[in-house]
Design a protein around this ligand. Structure first.
Ligand code: FPP
Length: 240
């Protein structure tokens, strides 16, 4: 019997991406870090479309972490401006591709105008049944769990694994099957700490602005070769 090919398997239901390397991309070209973020946004749009075309149902993008506030005020301001501009300008792109936009993270800590634009886009796209793009913005995995437990503690519900999960930012979104990190570093940087417990990780040395659809396909093919056991044991061969 022939070995199963990557194409025989389904694409991941949920891909999550740590888009790292914008600053180094810019530095290697003697350009300001902000130029790298601008280029990173172009790549993000391209990859959103590619992920949508490949039948993936959820894509979480790590746009700005709860730790990224440590960067210079000008870099933070630039990224926030870029996000705002993206939300305003790309509504048609989301509409044309039936993409629903959602937010993960603490909106109370965002500049009020960015938080409002985010709410507006989430509201205006909530009826779409195509890809769901979750923008992780002012997001930290530990912060999300802390906020979830705080919300849960205000109810009388028992504290269980399920009740904590139910109070996460997007409880209905399935855990990511595949977490991709670009830029060569081998860590998860406080991304989807709860949800990635059994995710497959894929690390790419390429810097985010250099990422292409072909890199996405390589990541998906690598995922499709993984043997996911979720703590169980491998089925004997011939069984699925
Ligand atoms: C990490 O690279 C990147 C960020 C902190 C910003 C990511 C934001 C974008 C790509 C814009 C996308 C926006 C939307 C709305 C999809 P880095 O600056 O840490 O790079 P370095 O490790 O080379 O310094």
């Amino acid at each position: 019997m022939p070995e199963p090919q990557a194409d025989d398997k389904h694409p991941p239901t949920h891909i999550a991406i740590i888009m790292d390397g914008n600053g180094r991309w810019a530095a290697s070209r003697n350009r300001p870090r902000t130029q790298g973020h601008l280029e990173g946004l172009t790549t993000a749009k391209k990859i959103v479309k590619a992920v949508s075309d490949r039948g993936v149902q959820y894509l979480t993008l790590y746009v700005f972490s709860t730790e990224n506030w440590k960067r210079s005020a000008s870099e933070v301001g630039f990224i926030m401006g870029l996000v705002k501009q993206h939300l305003k300008r790309e509504l048609d792109f989301y509409r044309e591709n039936y993409i629903r936009t959602r937010h993960a993270g603490d909106s109370a800590g965002l500049p009020p105008d960015v938080a409002q634009d985010l709410r507006d886009v989430c509201e205006e796209t909530k009826q779409f049944d195509g890809l769901q793009v979750i923008l992780a913005l002012n997001y930290g995995g530990r912060d999300e769990i802390t906020r979830a437990v705080q919300r849960l503690a205000r109810t009388n519900a028992a504290i269980t694994e399920q009740s904590i999960r139910d109070h996460l930012d997007n409880p209905d979104v399935p855990d990511p099957d595949l977490v991709i990190r670009t830029g060569g570093d081998l860590r998860s940087s406080n991304f989807l700490v709860w949800q990635s417990a059994y995710s497959e990780f894929y690390f790419s040395d390429k810097l985010w602005p250099d990422w292409t659809e072909a890199d996405l396909d390589l990541a998906i093919a690598a995922y499709q070769q993984r043997d996911r056991r979720f703590g169980g044991v491998k089925q004997p061969s011939g069984r699925s």
